[in-house]
Design a protein around this ligand. Structure first.
Ligand code: GLN
Length: 477
């Protein structure tokens, strides 16, 4: 197998054994990008220091000073996460020409672990979208079928891993943006517990929801990457206080595990083929000794509505800083201050971002904030309560990641509501701040399908161990 398309733990072993050099992995990734990125459009910037960083890693190993399993592993970073010296576009025209003065904490920590920053991955503008069609750099295509979308908003990261452009990519997840594209591209995606990974240096979308998460070819690889990034950070007051280490993936089993299933998530509006595949994954878990129980999340049906109020409200506030004065693009023809704001924002932001700003501004405005924003907050509390109740009966919850398979590019243009509904099963965990993993469970008609494993807040280990056990069951073709 090509090094760039090899699961991370295997790469780490080959590097440790001296069978492979970081220089070779990076060269292989660059060759794959050269060959196929023009059609996939997953990578929007290459870091010119990658080869030099790989050489440094190889030199460290020769001196016996390896920094661990990630030393020498190339990683692509979603372009809403700061990498010093590289552009930071957020897939938007409004940040044209902007380059951040420092690395995001997650990137600093990956560098400290020896990882090689390969470049930046395409995304839906500011992380808003489910198909990666909303990028100023053009849409990303699904490597399994280039006529179809990869999912979003971390579509570039997912497609890059699936195409073997990089063994590891960082995504960000506000309402499902790591899990959905992971599912549709057939890779593993992890949304950690809110606060597990510092948001410092991640461009804010919905600050109470945003999390950086790894996307890669195996659950164990994702855990290694998460362990490198996780932990408290003075620069982000919402980080959890405890350090986090990857669990040991040796002896875990499903025997005696109580697995909760929400029936609606297998029925309401879910494609027949997806529901069948997820049911067979659940049956395989049962055969391996898990105990399957029905549970209820009575308020989950309001999650999408509450999310689009909360996330848009936070986005409208976070995006107020792009005014043509402080960052990136500034309209050259504006004559007054008002014109500067209006023209810069009108031309700089794409349609979906403008839609969110309008929605958010509306729901926060005097007279409406009680009816929408505050009520959405109460729904969020109810959903948290539903999960607490469910997790008093079961250890994990499983569901599809998405109700449908990746659609053709352009299919949902003009139907934002159906686009939003693709997140119906990922958003509840986002509102509650829970860890959730998307793990591949085979293909339907040549397109990948993911199973979502959710665990109680702080129990990222449990979500990962169960996802790894599912990975080993090798459900489906
Ligand atoms: N698709 C959802 C949205 O557009 C989630 C995006 C995300 O998680 N960043 O808001």
């Amino acid at each position: 197998m090509r090094p760039g398309a090899t699961p991370l733990p295997e790469l780490a072993r080959a590097l440790a054994a001296g069978d492979l050099a970081s220089r070779e992995i990076v060269a292989d990734c660059l060759a794959a990008i050269e060959e196929r990125n023009e059609s996939i459009n997953a990578v929007i910037h290459l870091d010119e220091n990658a080869q030099a960083a790989a050489d440094e890693s190889d030199a460290r190993r020769r001196r016996g000073e390896s920094r661990g399993p990630l030393d020498g592993i190339p990683v692509l970073v979603k372009d809403n996460i700061a990498v010093r010296g590289a552009p930071l576009s957020c897939g938007s025209k409004i940040l044209a020409g902007y380059s951040p003065p420092r690395d995001a904490t997650a990137v600093t920590r990956l560098r400290e672990a020896g990882a090689v920053i390969l470049g930046k991955a395409n995304l839906d503008e500011f992380g808003m979208g489910s198909s990666n069609e909303h990028s100023a750099f053009g849409p990303v295509r699904n490597p399994h079928d280039p006529e179809r979308v990869p999912g979003g908003s971390s579509g570039g990261s997912a497609a890059a891993v699936a195409a073997g452009f990089a063994p590891l990519a960082l995504g960000t997840d506000t309402g499902g943006s790591v899990r959905l594209p992971a599912s549709w591209c057939g890779v593993v995606g992890v949304k950690p517990t809110y606060g597990r990974v510092s948001r410092s240096g991640l461009v804010a979308f919905g600050s109470s929801l945003d999390q950086i998460g790894p996307m890669t070819g195996s659950v164990e690889g994702a855990a290694l990457a998460l362990a490198a990034m996780a932990g408290p950070d003075d620069a982000d007051a919402t980080t959890l206080a405890d350090a986090w280490n990857a669990p040991s993936f040796g002896e875990d089993s499903l025997r005696g595990l109580r697995v909760g299933v929400v029936r609606e998530f297998l029925e309401d509006g879910v494609d027949e083929a997806i529901s069948t595949r997820i049911r067979s994954a659940i049956a395989a878990m049962e055969s391996a000794g898990a105990e399957i129980r029905d549970v209820e999340l009575p308020h989950a049906r309001y999650a999408v509505a509450a999310y689009y109020v909360v996330a848009s409200a936070e986005a409208s506030s976070n995006l107020a800083r792009y005014d043509g004065v402080r960052f990136g693009h500034r309209d050259p023809e504006a004559r007054t201050l008002d014109e500067l704001y209006t023209r810069t924002r009108t031309h700089g932001f794409g349609r979906e971002v403008q839609r969110r700003i309008l929605l958010g501004t509306y729901t926060l405005s005097a007279g409406y904030s009680e009816a929408y924003y505050q009520r959405a907050g109460r729904v969020r509390e109810r959903i948290r309560g539903d999960f607490d109740q469910a997790f008093s009966q079961v250890d994990v919850l499983v569901s599809p990641v998405s109700p449908e398979s990746p659609f053709h590019l352009g299919d949902l243009r003009g139907d934002p509501l159906r686009m939003y509904l693709n997140d119906a099963m990922t958003i509840p965990a986002s509102l509650a701040g829970l860890p959730a993993v998307s793990v591949p469970v085979g293909m339907i008609d040549g397109l990948p399908v993911g199973l979502q494993v959710q665990a109680p807040r702080g129990q990222d280990d449990r979500a990962l161990l169960v996802a790894a056990a599912v990975e080993r069951l090798r459900v489906g073709p």
